[in-house]
Design a protein around this ligand. Structure first.
Ligand SMILES: Nc1ncnc2c1ncn2[C@@H]1O[C@H](COP(=O)(O)OP(=O)(O)OP(=O)(O)O)[C@@H](O)[C@H]1O
Ligand SMILES: [Mg+2]
Length: 269
């Protein structure tokens, strides 16, 4: 048998990089192997309510008895710790993060690692990618029925990192009722489709007298994606002591409809 030729240094570097990527992906899959359904919450436009929807979805699922976690993938502006009013941060052993927990939901967010929440976290593309991969690789979520991931808006590095590295089962797209928001939501749906990941449905937030209603349903019809439900713009969100599904019966009922539809769509996607 002839000895195979020794790879050139360039070839060796390329092989090492492929091996590293493969090992990274494998580690992420191993650590997330006990999570039944991984859902990412996304929107093309900022400020439409992704964090609010992620947090209230997670808490609604947990109050129904599902083992649930929430991962804050917005590493620049992590808001989940504040929105959950989380007091118990993650613990870490040598190589592993064990998520914090609040309202029966396991939580991991860059927000836990900030000394002062008002400080800006300035990350450039590769650092965002690295910190997300480190979180994904290093977190032991244990057994979960649902992991909800709160994404930053737009076609940012963080959103793309998640789509490339995390085995996501489907996306929930949040939109506001107005027409500009609709265009952004359609772009997001097209981007998700390019990645071959299912869109589990559209949620319309801020429905009511101020912004109108019906944008979410229109997107659902135009893009042929399921409609999950609408969330009224409401002063009930002003009380920030707890996620709003725990303080407002009206909001809780709106989320019940969305969760029912979501579970139905996961079964059929
Ligand atoms: N249905 C609603 N009625 C009233 N206020 C709401 C509603 N939904 C969200 N909000 C409020 O709107 C603000 C923006 O919401 P949120 O932070 O969830 O948006 P986001 O899409 O995550 O923003 P970003 O793109 O910056 O991450 C928050 O102060 C939140 O409490
Ligand atoms: Mg947010």
């Amino acid at each position: 048998m002839t000895n195979p030729r020794k790879p050139t240094p360039q070839e060796q570097a390329r092989l090492d990089s492929i091996r590293r990527q493969w090992q990274q992906k494998k580690k992420i899959e191993d650590h997330m192997g006990l999570i039944k359904t991984k859902i990412a919450v996304y929107s093309g436009k900022g400020g439409v309510g992704k964090t609010t929807v992620s947090v209230n979805l997670a808490v609604s699922l947990a109050t129904r008895g599902s083992k649930t976690g929430i991962f804050d993938a917005d590493v620049d502006c992590p808001n989940v710790v504040e929105a959950m009013q989380a007091t118990e941060g993650p613990r870490y052993t040598e190589e592993t993060f064990l998520p914090g927990e609040m309202w029966g939901v396991k939580i991991l967010s860059m927000g836990f690692f900030q000394e002062n929440p008002e400080d800006a976290i300035i990350f450039r593309g590769p650092m965002i990618h690295n910190s997300i991969t480190q979180f994904l690789e290093g977190t032991d979520w244990g057994e979960l029925d649902f992991l909800i991931t709160d994404l930053p808006p737009g076609t940012s590095d963080a959103a793309l990192s998640i789509m490339q590295n995390m085995p996501v089962d489907g996306f929930v797209v949040v939109t506001a009722p107005q027409s500009l928001a609709r265009l952004d939501a359609k772009r997001s749906i097209n981007m998700i489709r390019k990645m071959n990941i299912p869109v589990l449905g559209v949620v319309e937030n801020f429905t009511g007298d101020v912004f109108g209603e019906g944008g979410g349903k229109e997107i659902s019809n135009d893009m042929n994606v399921p409609y999950l439900g609408s969330l009224t713009m409401s002063p009930d969100y002003r009380d920030q002591s707890k996620p709003t599904v725990l303080t407002s019966q009206g909001v809780r009922q709106e989320y019940d409809v969305i969760v029912d539809n979501l579970i139905k769509n996961i079964g059929s996607s």
